[in-house]
Design a protein around this ligand. Structure first.
Ligand SMILES: Nc1ncnc2c1ncn2[C@@H]1O[C@H](COP(=O)(O)OP(=O)(O)O)[C@@H](O)[C@H]1O
Ligand SMILES: [Mg+2]
Length: 230
């Protein structure tokens, strides 16, 4: 496949349960693409725009424990509509490759699998909000629920020291967010949904064993991207 400055960018989604390693791998993939002269834009869901980041704060806020699953679904798609309109679609049209930490597969996994909402309802919203826009490649980082929860817990505990000062500062908010407080059974359904979707559509999904060390996982991701999109 050839690329030139007039071609549309590719759309990649990085998916997987909490703690799978998505945030760790995103900058590594981006750097690899940039070295190949590809213009990239890294973004995330829910979020990616000022409105989306405000909606993300609502979605993750533990004070809203017990939010109605349909309300949760609609807020997810509200954030996604803004993200597509303001960030993703313009970048793709401009020939930029968009790399999103989570996209609609996360909705099928968390609100569909996790919250048991009907997949047909999610598909209807997907068509309404996205028209025909779908990721060209979904990279599913797969780890066991136990490993993911353990990694996410370790990330919350981790502190880092700013190079210029002595104060230890948490790199991410130390408290578990509204999703991270779900039980392992919820995450098992989330993981199962990701696995099912990846197996049903092998042409658009790469299932990556993410239990290995970070460098090995990066190599696996890059291998899939080169094989499928370069
Ligand atoms: N392959 C790996 N092996 C061990 N630990 C990892 C690996 N990838 C990421 N981690 C660590 O696990 C935690 C969660 O990773 P992160 O990238 O934030 O996951 P996600 O974005 O999927 O929730 C972080 O502390 C990170 O350093
Ligand atoms: Mg992350």
């Amino acid at each position: 496949m050839t690329h030139n400055e007039f071609s549309r960018g590719r759309f990649l989604a990085v998916e997987g349960v909490d703690g799978a390693g998505k945030s760790t791998q995103m900058p590594r993939i981006e750097q690899w693409l940039r070295r190949r002269g590809i213009r990239t834009l890294a973004t995330r869901e829910p979020g990616g725009t000022p409105l989306g980041e405000s909606l993300r704060a609502v979605l993750l806020d533990p004070r809203f424990a017990g939010m109605s699953p349909v309300a949760e679904l609609l807020v997810m798609f509200a954030a996604r509509a803004e993200h597509l309109a303001k960030v993703i679609a313009p970048a793709l049209e401009d020939g930029v490759w968009v790399l999103s930490e989570r996209f609609t597969d996360a909705t099928f996994a968390y609100q569909g699998g996790g919250r048991d909402l009907d997949a047909g309802t999610i598909e209807a919203l997907e068509s309404t909000v996205q028209g025909g826009v779908r990721p060209d490649l979904v990279l599913v980082l797969d780890v066991s629920v136990e490993a993911g929860l353990w990694r996410a817990e370790r990330r919350r505990r981790r502190t880092s020291v700013f190079p210029h000062g002595s104060a230890a500062v948490r790199t991410e908010c130390g408290a578990a967010d509204r999703f991270e407080r779900e039980n392992p059974e919820f995450f098992r359904r989330v993981r199962e949904t990701y696995l099912e979707r990846a197996r049903e559509r092998p042409e658009r999904y790469a299932l990556i064993d993410a239990s290995a060390d970070e460098t090995t996982v990066t190599e696996r991701l890059i291998g899939e991207i080169s094989k499928r999109l370069m």
